[in-house]
Design a protein around this ligand. Sequence first.
Ligand code: ZN
Length: 162
Amino acid sequence: MYRIGQGWDRHPLEAGRQCILGGIEFQDCPVGPVGHSDGDAVCHAVTDALLGAANLGDIGRHFPDTDSRWAGANSLELLREAVRLVQAAGFRVVNVDCTVITEQPVIAPQSAAMQDALAGALQIAPDRVSVKATRGEGLGPEGRGECVTVQAVALLMASQGD
Ligand SMILES: [Zn+2]
C-alpha cells in the first residue's frame, strides 16, 4: 500500500545569516533563513511530507520550537528522526519531490548535492529525490526576496502487507 504526503514551509530571509537548504551550505549567499533551528526550509518541508504521508502529525508536534533540544538544530537530523518514525510505523520512503521558491540563493548549482544529502537522510538512492527551484518573478514575499518557501511531496510504501 502506498501513502502520499505533502509538506510546506517558509522562513524569512535575513542578511548575514548562514544559508543552509537541503543540508547544504550556500557559502556565497548574502542572506539566509531565520528559524529556531538552522531554518532549513527544504528539510522541514520534506519532514512534514513524510509525517503527513504516515499520518504522524507535523513537524511542530515532534520537534517543537519551545524545546531547546532543537535550537540551532541541524535539520538533516530532524529529517533522519522523521524517517525513523515513519519506519517504526511500518513504511519506507519511495521518493520525494520538492520545489524551492526563492530569489536567493540560486539553487541549481547545488541541487545535486542537496539530492545526495537528502537521499542519505531518507535512506534512498539520490535518483529518488528531486529538488526543483523557481523564483517569485517579482511577486509576493518570495519575489521580493523576503522569504524562502518550499513545497514537498513524499510517497511511502508499506514495508509489508497491504
Ligand atoms: Zn521550517
